[in-house]
Ligand binder design. Structure first.
Ligand SMILES: [Zn+2]
Length: 264
């Protein structure tokens, strides 16, 4: 029961971090309000090899370690997704939820909103050390969320129109690349043979994509290789022309893979 609670909390946190403030054309949304500009002015700046961090005093002693963590994943994710071009990605870490909400231009956001990729080169989120975070949300989990958002940015560099089109792929790629694995043995609906459909997983009110996203991409990579992931992103999940399966066949293949690999 305890485990179940923890995973549902993680799923909610994951969902919150995935709000992408891009419009339908995938263009970067301007979130730099006057208010957030004055807030930005109070932040310190640290540049690692390929990332620039804007942070508060609570991350002063750990910003280099945070940067190392994201940089360590950078090479692998870029090698996997192969974006055509890439510029420096800016990562803003705020000490309070109130500041995050102001910075993303949503001052009345509910407390479960912890941050977001706010453009193809920009991530704004709560510091992993913030005291506003629930005690069940670990520091390491928040670091993985940072890599998750970074993956969203890289996916947008592969296809500007990929955000939530479809949502199952958009999230599954970020979950896979940030290694946010949830053991299928802990998911009753998978153990009982009642997996969600891709349609279910693309429903914004269904958080199960954060539990099964890793295994969906694991199935794709194990069966067709990482290049199939790139093709799926580029084609907005055109399964028929990419892996020569319709949606039903893909869902069935994934279920069989999960059963063979994780549930036996
Ligand atoms: Zn996400």
């Amino acid at each position: 029961m305890k485990m179940k609670t923890r995973y549902s909390i993680n799923a909610i946190v994951g969902m919150q971090l995935c709000l992408l403030l891009t419009d339908c054309s995938g263009q970067e949304t301007v979130v730099g309000t006057e208010e957030s500009q004055s807030l930005i002015d109070t932040l310190s700046v640290y540049s690692s090899a390929r990332l620039t961090f804007y942070y508060t005093s609570i991350d002063r002693d750990s910003i280099q370690a945070i940067a190392r963590y994201v940089e360590a994943s950078y090479e692998r994710i870029v090698a996997d997704l192969k974006p055509e071009s890439l510029t420096t990605i800016r990562i803003f870490l705020y000490s309070t939820l109130k500041d995050v909400h102001r910075a993303i231009g949503w001052p009345d956001a509910p407390s479960w909103v912890k941050g977001s990729a706010t453009g193809i080169n920009e991530i704004r989120m709560i510091s992993p050390a913030s005291t506003d975070l629930d005690a069940t949300v670990t520091y390491d989990y928040m670091l993985s969320c940072l890599v998750h958002e970074f993956t969203h940015c890289i996916s947008l560099h592969v296809n500007l129109r990929i955000a939530n089109r479809p949502r199952w792929l958009w999230e599954a790629v970020a979950i896979y690349e940030s290694r946010q694995f949830v053991d299928p043995k802990k998911l009753e609906y998978l153990r009982n043979g009642h997996p969600p459909s891709l349609g279910d997983l693309s429903d914004i009110n269904d958080t199960r994509i954060y539990q099964v996203g890793y295994t969906i991409m694991d199935y794709v990579v194990s069966t067709w290789g990482i290049e199939a992931v790139r093709e799926l992103i580029r084609s907005n999940a055109d399964l028929v022309n990419t892996i020569h399966m319709n949606e039903g066949e893909f869902q069935e293949g994934w279920c069989n893979y999960v059963t063979d690999r994780y549930l036996k």
